[in-house]
Ligand binder design. Structure first.
Ligand SMILES: *Cc1c(COP(=O)(O)O)cnc(C)c1O
Length: 384
């Protein structure tokens, strides 16, 4: 039996949507220039400040996460500029591709996939490229389940250069602390379909005072993703183009749910889900792609290059039992399996994933002892 409403979607986005949010999104449509829409936008933007750790009002775009990555590039740098992109996986690589496509001279710092970028490494690279106008970083590199140390990396940049620090926080903002003002991050972006428990379709961008100065001087053409238009509209509690009203209703509800839980508790929950997942996989003898120090609280990767069996086959067996996990991207395609544990995910969900993973291993003839992964995860919950 594969009931669709009992499907266990455990990929690193899109993530499952709570009933409360589904219901909030089914409200009747309203005029996007009316007072109700204006209030809705203002409420969302105000609540988003805590998510980003900023006193500035974040902007809300209609588009997938990549639209915000592109907005960050086209607003912060222009053709002829130099930029540094730190590539720890497929999403850093996406930033690099956008930078190149717009004719910006790219200095690419490649870090082996599965590890984070160290501040020392970045400091040296920044010193070697003193003309770079911006440094692009990825907070959680979803493709490898790595969390990069953004506070330290931002400091490493500022210690040696005037470059803007621009961060992709799409797959972790909300699940991990973010203090962009304190860390002096200039542009931070996120999307709706990961930790925020919403469908895909919204991108959020927060911008520092320093970055606005740069953005307002840019002369290269841009239209839909011109952030100055969103800023001017947001100052009037409005959006330059029709906002995704239903998603905004959902966003308001999502932020309310997270506030009710309490941000510290939300962070602690994601830490717990990560520790359960890692403890469970380790107890089963499955190799992890990332070290404990580099691990992201939102996603965990099994390194299939170190197993005698195929992670794609594992995914197939799990999906037959109604649990969906993700595979790898680019050169890790078919080589790793990734378990998402972000957003609308709790301890029981992780027990389910591990229980089903054990059964999938059993069916594949992988020598695991049933129950050992689940037991290790239970012990994390029970502190034993
Ligand atoms: C999901 C994700 C994105 C956005 O991808 P879209 O498909 O455009 O929503 C960007 N960066 C990271 C790190 C992601 O995990």
């Amino acid at each position: 039996m594969n009931w669709q409403d009992k499907a266990h979607l455990r990929i690193p986005g899109p993530t499952p949507i709570p009933l409360r949010i589904q219901q909030a999104m089914s409200k009747p449509m309203i005029g996007h220039r009316g007072q109700a829409a204006s209030r809705l936008l203002q409420e969302c933007a105000t609540s988003l400040r805590a998510l980003f750790g900023t006193t500035h009002t974040p902007l809300i775009l209609t588009g997938s996460g990549t639209s915000a990555l592109e907005a960050a590039v086209t607003n912060a740098v222009q053709p002829g500029d130099e930029a540094i992109v730190v590539v720890t996986g497929a999403f850093g690589d996406r930033f690099a591709k956008i930078v190149e496509r717009y004719g910006i001279a790219l200095h690419r710092l490649d870090v082996p996939w599965g590890t984070s970028c160290s501040p020392e490494q970045l400091a040296t690279f920044v010193q070697n490229h003193p003309r770079a106008k911006a440094v692009f970083l990825t907070y959680c590199e979803t493709s490898t389940a790595v969390l990069n140390p953004i506070a330290e990396l931002a400091k490493a940049v500022h210690d040696h250069s005037d470059a803007l620090v621009i961060v992709d926080g799409v797959s972790c903002l909300g699940a991990v602390p973010c203090h962009m003002d304190d860390w002096q991050v200039d542009i931070m972006v996120t999307g709706s379909q990961k930790v925020l428990m919403l469908p895909p379709g919204l991108a959020m961008v927060a911008v520092s005072e320093r970055a606005w100065k740069r953005i307002e001087q840019q002369t290269q053409p841009r239209f839909y993703l011109d952030l100055t238009a969103y800023k001017r509209s947001m100052e009037q509690h409005s959006a330059p183009y029709t906002p995704a009203v239903s998603l905004l209703y959902g966003l308001k509800e999502a932020l309310l749910m997270l506030e009710e839980e309490g941000w510290e508790n939300v962070f602690a929950r994601h830490q717990r889900l990560m520790r359960m997942t890692r403890a469970g996989l380790r107890a089963l003898g499955l190799p992890l792609l990332t070290s404990d120090d580099d691990a992201s609280p939102t996603v965990t990767a099994i390194d299939g290059r170190q197993t005698a069996w195929d992670t794609e086959s594992l995914r197939k067996h799990m999906s037959e039992m109604n649990v969906t996990i993700a595979g790898g991207q680019q050169h890790l395609k078919g080589q790793i399996a990734r378990i998402g544990h972000m957003g609308y995910c709790d301890e029981l969900d992780v027990l389910t994933v591990l229980g089903v993973l054990e059964m999938a291993c059993f069916k594949m003839g992988v020598p695991v002892e049933l129950g050992t992964g689940v037991k290790a995860a239970q012990e994390v919950i029970l502190h034993v």
